[in-house]
Design a protein around this ligand. Structure first.
Ligand SMILES: O=C(O)C1=C[C@@H](OP(=O)(O)O)[C@@H](O)[C@H](O)C1
Ligand SMILES: C=C(OP(=O)(O)O)C(=O)O
Length: 465
């Protein structure tokens, strides 16, 4: 990470005076990095996580795994295996997991959901605590499921943090029903640790709705890349049922893809200003939900081409409204809402009722903040109805939500005088955002997050030897 100068409490979002033209290097994916760290920590041998995201969420994940005994050495490596994989690399050295330990989850969904199952494999007590918002984000389905699978957990009965997993050094595992309507992370959490459960796991989702399917596919593909056997509905299995067979995980060499959801504001800048932004190393095949931006932002008025240089995205400055179900790609909603507020027609964003349980209630926050700038947004039962209006400057509150901050910056491209309150909250997944955004607007041809990226990657992470 570069040294970031102190950021003002109210950060003036730069107005775009001209069309932006830039090539952007986006740091690694949060979702891939945090899965890779868990899988490598549970492996039977050391492995590598290359080009990891270095941000608050990934640092919390690494620190938590270290607290349970895992060795994580942060190194800068030379290229390995002839695929230009040099750069920052974390060497993961698995160990017998143990307590007592305390895990700070911050407000990271991946840490608060993925690690309690890991903690059941530790010998000793692992206490989980986090930011005030972590006490409100749902976890009850994971707690109950782990108890069904044999775990002992002390909590206050609210189905949320804080809690203590009384790790027994092993977990029986088996069949469990879970309602993952509120978060796909409940399913991913149980699957990721399951190769280490005595009986593996069969997870049966029994709810009406299951959001963020690409993130479950990411979990499955990364498990398989680490040597696990996983049966899925897509592979001819029963609907909403996943099965993981017990077995050793391999120490792999995983290359983290750029975070396509964090590429969103930069693509939006091209769309809004009628410029061209190339996002380097856009994977040709990926499970990241951000890949859907190629389709969504094209429908909203841009055009794109996947080239050897990356994704080349061009806007005309004309933005169209959209009627779209974002249930599979919920984390893109704040950025799409920001663009929709500047469009030439109305938008309806559907299928994202679970966003009320994210970093903040994103449906309420987007409605309040866009309307405070003169917009006309209403909440629906499952999303937002956005009627574009001429907007004016003012304070855009972020509620400790990184994607609220980047959404406000996107609006600020076209609206003079937008002040983002606590832009530093972008450190959750993109600590370099304010500097990258300033570079983009200063007309720099090459905009880069501090993390080194480049080279090819597979379904989320490339797996080598
Ligand atoms: O598994 C993951 O890495 C994620 C899953 C999604 O969570 P939900 O299913 O709770 O939306 C997504 O929104 C979040 O940013 C990351
Ligand atoms: C919902 C998000 O994060 P989390 O991993 O904390 O759930 C997000 O990044 O948009």
């Amino acid at each position: 990470m570069t040294e970031t100068p102190a950021l003002p409490a109210l950060w003036p979002a730069p107005l775009a005076e001209a069309a932006v033209h830039a090539t952007v290097t986006v740091p690694g994916s949060k979702s891939v990095t945090n899965r890779a760290l868990v899988l490598a920590s549970l492996a039977a041998e050391p492995g590598w996580v290359r080009r990891p995201l270095r941000s608050r969420d990934s640092q919390l994940m690494a620190d938590a795994l270290r607290a349970m005994g895992v060795g994580i050495e942060e190194t800068v490596s030379s290229a390995s295996g002839g695929d230009d994989a040099g750069g920052e690399a974390w060497r993961i050295i698995p160990a017998a997991l143990h307590g007592p330990a305390t895990v700070d989850v911050g407000n990271a969904g991946t840490v608060m959901r993925f690690l309690p199952p890991v903690a059941t494999l530790a010998a000793g007590d692992i206490r989980f605590d986090g930011d005030p918002r972590s006490y409100e984000r749902p976890l009850g389905q994971v707690i109950t499921a782990l108890r069904t699978l044999g775990a002992r957990i002390d909590d206050d009965g609210r189905g949320a943090l804080p809690l203590t997993v009384q790790g027994g050094g092993a977990l029986e595992g088996g069949v469990v029903e879970i309602d993952a309507t509120n978060s796909s992370q409940f399913v991913s959490a149980l699957l990721l640790s399951a190769p280490r459960f005595n009986q593996g796991v069969e997870v049966r989702h029994v709810g009406t709705n299951l959001p963020s399917m690409p993130h479950i596919r990411m979990t499955v593909e990364m498990l398989r890349a680490a040597g696990a056997q996983v049966d899925t509905p897509e592979a001819g299995g029963e609907k909403d049922v996943w099965r993981v067979t017990p077995g050793a995980l391999l120490g792999r060499d995983m290359i983290v893809e750029p975070d396509l959801s964090n590429a969103q504001p930069f693509l939006a800048a091209a769309l809004i200003t009628g410029g061209t932004v190339t996002v380097r190393d856009w994977p040709r095949r990926t499970t990241q939900p951000g890949d859907a931006l190629r389709r969504i932002f094209t429908e909203m008025g841009g055009s794109c081409e996947l080239t050897d240089a990356g994704l080349v995205f061009t806007g005309t400055g004309k933005i169209h409204g959209i009627d779209v179900d974002l249930g599979e790609v919920g984390e893109l909603t704040p950025g799409i809402a920001a663009v929709a507020a500047l469009a030439d027609s109305e938008s309806v964003l559907r299928g994202v009722q679970h966003l009320r349980l994210h970093e903040t209630d994103r449906l309420a926050a987007l409605t309040r903040e866009i309307n405070a700038l003169g917009g006309d947004v209403t909440e629906t039962a499952d999303g937002l109805h956005i009627r574009p209006r001429p907007l004016h400057g003012g304070t855009f509150h972020t509620y400790d939500d990184h994607r609220m901050a980047t959404a406000g910056a996107v609006i600020g491209l076209a609206v003079d005088g937008v002040l983002i309150e606590n832009v530093a909250t972008t450190a959750k997944t993109l600590p370099d955002f304010p500097a990258m955004w300033a570079e983009l607007l200063a007309g720099d041809a090459a905009v880069s997050g501090a993390a080194v990226t480049g080279g090819s990657a597979g379904p989320g992470a490339g797996a080598g030897a």
